[in-house]
Design a protein around this ligand. Structure first.
Ligand SMILES: NC(=O)c1ccc[n+]([C@@H]2O[C@H](COP(=O)([O-])OP(=O)(O)OC[C@H]3O[C@@H](n4cnc5c(N)ncnc54)[C@H](O)[C@@H]3O)[C@@H](O)[C@H]2O)c1
Ligand SMILES: N[C@H](CO)Cc1c[nH]c[nH+]1
Ligand SMILES: [Zn+2]
Length: 430
């Protein structure tokens, strides 16, 4: 346990540092080499890299309709019903986010419009290295479907049998996704960005992933004319603010539910109560032993943090400095603190709002900014799947109204052709 007030500001910064990722330079070189391999050898590279990283010999990259149907037939009704419930809630929340178009007359005869259109081709990356994530299919696929994106491409690494989990395929089917490729890691991002014989390129790439995936997204977004990306969504993280009134078992379960994602996940507890921190530490130990992924969670908890503050106001400052992907509030009157919390991807209010609710089924999106990017990056939503553009139409009266000002401004900038484009028209109106 670290007492926040006894640390220098430098020590406070170090305490809130994210776990070190693989050496940045070697990571970026490895990813650049994979992107180059895909650029040169296209499908052959994808098949080769699937063998190297996923341990499978693929003959086809695209899953056939028959293979998808065959896999879905093995799924229990209970799993299908759970996926459907989550799908409906995500749909409801994202449908409510549809933005308003704007049409306004800014000067007499000058009409300006703001319109929204679904992005034509979107690439959805579904992580699958350590655990297949059908919930991520729902988060990305439902949102793309609600936005009305005409082409939706799904890439995910094949399992050892050379297929994808039936749950992933069922979720994809609900979201009207039938272009599904057995392709993971940086090579999947490169394929969706550059195009190969099997996978036509897309306009924007979405989805979380490990450090290779995240680095690849950043690299392809810098290719001139390359795809846009959603955000750098890396290893999961959670910060819990809790006071003496919190249930230590609840708090421990929220910390562990992020820790079990991967050894580079981070779980942070900030509290003004020594007793609560002590009880949570004990609960973490007890619960760890019951987890299927105990070893991963244990390693991740090694860079977990237990931070003691003098009061909840100071805990809020710590959270704002850290900028967590998920922020859980388990203290008295949690709602009263909402306006003071400036930098969190998604906030879970009160004891009955576990992080798992947002991960799976409440309706909010679980693709969220990590590494502190919450301070300037939004959680994923419908707007990310839409492009915004403007339309304008000036009548003769409109051009007469604003033409002189345009000509004066063009003069000021020394751009004669701009001035002429107005002057010619105004002359024609005389
Ligand atoms: N922030 C979010 O919204 C969010 C949501 C869900 C999951 N996540 C995170 O996504 C991540 C998923 O990671 P994952 O590994 O399970 O799956 P993944 O699909 O992201 O990565 C697996 C792929 O990584 C590639 N790879 C593995 N080792 C490699 C190496 N040495 N060199 C080059 N490529 C290599 C392989 O191609 C493999 O198929 C986790 O960190 C999890 O916390 C984040
Ligand atoms: N917590 C993850 C986002 O950081 C999302 C997820 C998927 N499945 C379970 N959890
Ligand atoms: Zn999770």
């Amino acid at each position: 346990m670290q007492n926040w007030n006894q640390l220098t500001s430098q020590e406070q910064v170090s305490l809130l540092a994210r776990p070190a990722l693989a050496d940045n330079q070697s990571l970026s070189q490895a990813v650049a080499a994979i992107i180059e391999q895909v650029a040169e050898h296209a499908d052959d590279a994808l098949i080769d890299l699937a063998k190297r990283f996923d341990g499978v010999e693929l003959t086809e990259l695209r899953l056939s309709k028959a293979a998808i149907e065959q896999a879905i037939a093995t799924l229990s009704n209970e799993r299908k019903a759970a996926i459907e419930l989550a799908y409906q809630n995500i749909r409801t929340f994202h449908q409510a986010q549809r933005p308003q178009d704007v049409r306004i007359e800014t000067s007499p005869g000058v009409i300006c419009e703001l319109k929204h259109q679904a992005i034509a081709a979107v690439g959805l990356y579904i992580p699958g290295g350590t655990a297949p994530l059908p919930s991520t299919v729902l988060m990305l696929g439902t949102t793309a479907q609600v936005a009305g994106c005409p082409r939706k491409v799904l890439c995910s690494p094949p399992n050892k049998q050379g297929v994808l989990a039936a749950e992933i395929l069922y979720a994809a089917t609900l979201c009207d996704i039938d272009e599904i490729y057995l392709c993971g890691g940086a090579q999947a991002i490169a394929a969706m960005a550059l195009g190969t014989q099997s996978i036509a390129r897309v306009d924007k790439i979405f989805g979380p992933g490990n450090s290779y995936v995240t680095e690849a997204k950043q690299q392809v977004s810098r290719i001139p004319g390359g795809p846009a990306i959603d955000m750098p969504a890396g290893p999961s993280e959670v910060l819990v603010i809790a006071d003496q009134s919190a249930n230590p078992d609840f708090v421990a379960s929220d910390l562990l539910s992020q820790a079990e994602h991967g050894i580079d996940s981070q779980a942070v507890l900030v509290s003004d109560s020594v007793d609560l921190i002590t009880a949570v530490k004990q609960a973490v130990e007890q619960q760890l032993s019951r987890l299927g992924r105990a070893e991963i969670a244990r390693q991740s908890m090694q860079h977990g943090r237990y931070i003691l503050t003098q009061d909840i106001a100071e805990a809020v400052e710590v959270s704002n400095q850290y900028g967590p992907e998920h922020l859980i509030l388990q203290m008295n009157n949690p709602r009263s603190w909402l306006d003071k919390l400036t930098n969190a991807g998604s906030i879970f209010v009160g004891p009955w709002s576990p992080e798992s609710a947002g991960d799976y089924a409440s309706g909010t999106n679980h693709v969220l900014p990590t590494y502190g990017y919450a301070r300037n990056t939004s959680s994923l939503g419908l707007l990310d799947f839409l492009r915004r553009y403007t339309v304008q139409e000036l009548s003769q009266e409109g051009l007469r109204q604003i033409g002189p000002a345009i000509m004066t401004l063009a003069d000021a900038e020394g751009l004669d052709a701009h001035k002429q484009a107005v002057a010619l028209r105004l002359d024609a109106l005389k």
